[in-house]
Design a protein around this ligand. Sequence first.
Ligand code: GUN
Length: 284
Amino acid sequence: MAQIIDGKAISAKVKAQVREEADKLKARGIEIGLAVVIVGNNPASRVYVNNKKKACEEVGFTSYEYALPEETTEQELLDLVNKLNADDKVNGILVQLPLPKQINETAVINAILPEKDVDAFHPENVGHIMIGDFNFLPCTPAGVMELIAETGVDVCGKNCVVIGRSNIVGKPMAMLLLHKNGTVTICHSRTKNLAEICSNADILVAAVGKAKFVTPDMVKEGAVVIDVGMNRNENGKLCGDVDYDACFEKAGYITPVPGGVGPMTIAMLMKNTLTAAKVKNGLM
Ligand code: GUN
């Protein structure tokens, strides 16, 4: 039977640490600011942005929200990013994805100053992550690494399987596991024998975007199962990529959805924003 990895409790610990450091900086006259930009009316994005603002309050950062209409042009968004790049009160810039189709996401990500890129999506930061010499880690994979660390399972030498190869989660996730000396396999929609590969994983990370994709035949007895999925089931209820109830008996450790990876992503965003402020003030 699995032990539940409590992302809510672990994220609260991370945020408390961030709060403590932020308070020390405040005592020295250093205020920390995060700009959160949302374009259009995607309801999921609205929820994420609200959660990010709430987390800023919890850790004592100032959040600056920019809610732009659906029909915003790429140039208008780039103008805002440039303004935020130049704004000394803004330590981190987060442009919530996805963006409306008239806006090229890559152009926007590339416009964010790497030192304010708290998502770690800019190619310069991606390069640093690849090399293993970084200030910022992408928030979701970094949060997953914290969750794995909490289990006490050492990644070194373990079979690690990541399902999904997105730039936001799958690819950087694989890299972080590799940095910890895991033997890493990335599976995706063209993978043959996916279930068999997954069933050999000591650490299985699902980032597919399909409810109940991971079934018990894909889970090794005692494995660490991390569910990055954020899907809605037929009743509109939030659920992950893992068939949680069915896999619970077989897994050694498992993350719930909600209450697993989601809160960690936000906690790591706070940590990255703190790092940006420390670097800017010559404290790192
Ligand atoms: N959309 C889904 N996940 C993320 C994320 O981590 N950062 C941003 N900016 N947008 C997202």
